[in-house]
Design a protein around this ligand. Structure first.
Ligand SMILES: C[S@@+](CC[C@H](N)C(=O)[O-])C[C@H]1O[C@@H](n2cnc3c(N)ncnc32)[C@H](O)[C@@H]1O
Length: 338
C-alpha cells in the first residue's frame, strides 16, 4: 500500500480495487469456485465450474473477468478456460481471513459510520456472522495444522475441552488423532455449534463429542463452574482468549479461574492473534487491520503478545512452547501450571 503522498491518485486506486478485489475473492470462495480451481494443476473449463457450483454462467464469467484483471486467475475467454495464478494460490491458502473479514465481520464494516454515529449498536441491530467467522477460522487450519501437530505430538489426553470451538475442526482433529479420547466444545454461537456437531458426525467422532452452546466466561467463572469437566486433562482455545484478556473481562482472574475450574488439566494449548505493538507499527500484515478495527468497534480490547505472556506468568502458567502460527501476529502456546 502506498503512503498516500502520490498525487496521481494511486492510494485511492489501491483502496478502491482492494475493496472490489476482496469481494470478488470472497465470491469465488463462497461459491466453491476457488477450491475447485485450487484442487487442479491446470486450467478448468468455466462452463463446468458453473455447473458444479450451481452458478449463473454469465455472472461467473463476469466474476472471473474481474479476477483476471486483479491477477487472481488467468482467464482465457476464447477457450473459456481459467486457472489460478501463483498469487491466486496464495490467496486460496489465506482464504480464511477473507471469509472471516468480508463474511463474518462484514456487517460491522458496512456500518462503521452508523456505529460511530450511534445509530446502530453492535450486538443489537448489527452483529457478527457466527457461521462465517467459524468457517473462516476453520479454513486457516490448512496452514496451521502442521505447526499444531508438531507442538502437541507428545501431549497425552483423554478428555479435551475446547473453549470457543467454532466449527469444531481442531477438536475433531484431536479426537481423530486419539481414538480413546472424548471431547467437549463450548461456543456461544448457535450456528458455530451446529457446524461443530455436523462436522463431528461427518468425521465419525460424533459419539465422543459433546457440543454445548454457552458463554465460556459464565461456565469458567460462574458459580457452578464446570462440574461435568472435572476430568478434562487438556484445555484448548483458538482465537477466543482475547475476549477475556482485557481487565474488564478478567485477564489474570479469568486464567486463574480456568485453572481452578479444571483441576485435572495438565496442558493448556491456546492460540490467538495479538495487537501490533505501537513501536512496531508499519504497513499492517494481512488481516491485522480488520482484526484490530473489528475489535475496537465491538469493544474488545486486544493485548500485545508481550502482555499475553505476562498475563500467563502472573496467572501461574508456565509457557512450554510459544510458536508463530502462520501469521506474524498469531501465536500458538503450549502451557502447564507452574
Ligand atoms: C474466531 S472464532 C474461532 C473458532 C475456533 N476456535 C477456530 O479456531 O476455528 C471465535 C469463536 O469463539 C466464539 N466465542 C467468542 N466469545 C465467546 C464466549 N464468550 N463464549 C463462547 N464462545 C465464544 C465465537 O462464537 C466463535 O465461534
Amino acid at each position: 500500500m502506498s503512503d498516500g503522498s502520490n498525487a496521481d491518485g494511486e492510494l485511492a486506486r489501491e483502496l478502491f480495487n482492494g475493496f472490489i478485489g476482496s469481494h470478488v475473492l470472497y465470491a469465488l470462495i463462497t461459491t466453491g469456485v476457488l477450491d475447485q480451481l485450487a484442487e487442479r494443476e491446470g486450467a478448468a473449463v468455466v462452463g463446468e465450474l458453473a455447473r458444479r457450483g450451481d452458478c449463473s454462467l454469465r455472472l461467473l464469467s463476469a466474476l472471473l473477468k474481474a479476477a483476471n484483471r486483479l491477477g487472481i486467475v488467468r482467464y482465457r475467454p476464447q477457450g473459456d478456460t481459467v486457472e489460478l495464478t501463483a498469487g491466486g494460490r496464495q490467496a486460496h491458502r489465506l482464504r480464511g481471513y477473507f471469509t472471516a473479514s468480508v463474511g463474518g465481520f462484514g456487517d460491522v464494516f458496512r456500518n462503521l459510520d452508523a456505529l460511530a454515529l450511534g445509530r446502530e449498536k453492535f450486538g443489537e441491530s448489527i452483529d457478527q456472522d457466527g457461521r462465517l467467522t467459524a468457517v473462516g477460522c476453520a479454513q486457516n487450519w490448512s496452514f496451521q495444522q502442521a505447526i499444531f501437530d508438531r507442538a502437541t505430538e507428545r501431549i497425552d489426553y483423554r478428555h479435551v475441552l475446547d473453549l470457543g470451538c467454532g466449527a469444531g475442526v481442531r477438536l475433531v482433529h484431536l479426537l481423530r488423532r486419539n481414538p480413546h479420547a472424548r471431547g467437549t466444545g463450548i461456543d456461544r454461537s448457535p450456528e458455530a455449534c451446529a457446524l461443530a456437531r455436523d462436522r463431528a458426525h461427518v468425521m465419525g467422532v460424533g459419539d465422543r463429542v459433546t457440543i454445548v452452546q454457552a458463554d465460556v466466561g459464565e461456565i469458567v467463572t460462574g458459580p457452578d463452574g464446570c462440574p461435568g469437566l472435572l476430568d478434562v486433562d487438556l484445555a484448548t482455545s483458538y482465537f477466543v482468549l482475547h475476549h477475556f484478556m482485557q481487565s474488564r473481562a478478567g485477564g489474570v482472574d479469568f486464567l486463574k479461574s480456568l485453572a481452578v475450574a479444571l483441576p485435572g488439566c495438565d496442558h493448556f494449548v491456546f492460540a490467538d492473534g495479538f495487537a501490533e505493538p505501537e513501536e512496531a507499527r508499519g504497513s499492517p500484515p494481512l488481516f491485522t487491520l480488520a482484526y484490530e478495527l473489528f475489535h475496537e468497534f465491538t469493544d474488545v480490547a486486544l493485548v500485545t503478545h508481550r502482555r499475553q505472556c505476562e498475563l500467563f506468568e502472573q496467572a501461574g502458567y508456565l509457557v512450554e512452547q510459544d510458536l508463530g502460527f502462520g501469521h506474524p501476529l498469531e501465536h500458538l502456546f503450549v502451557l502447564r501450571r507452574s
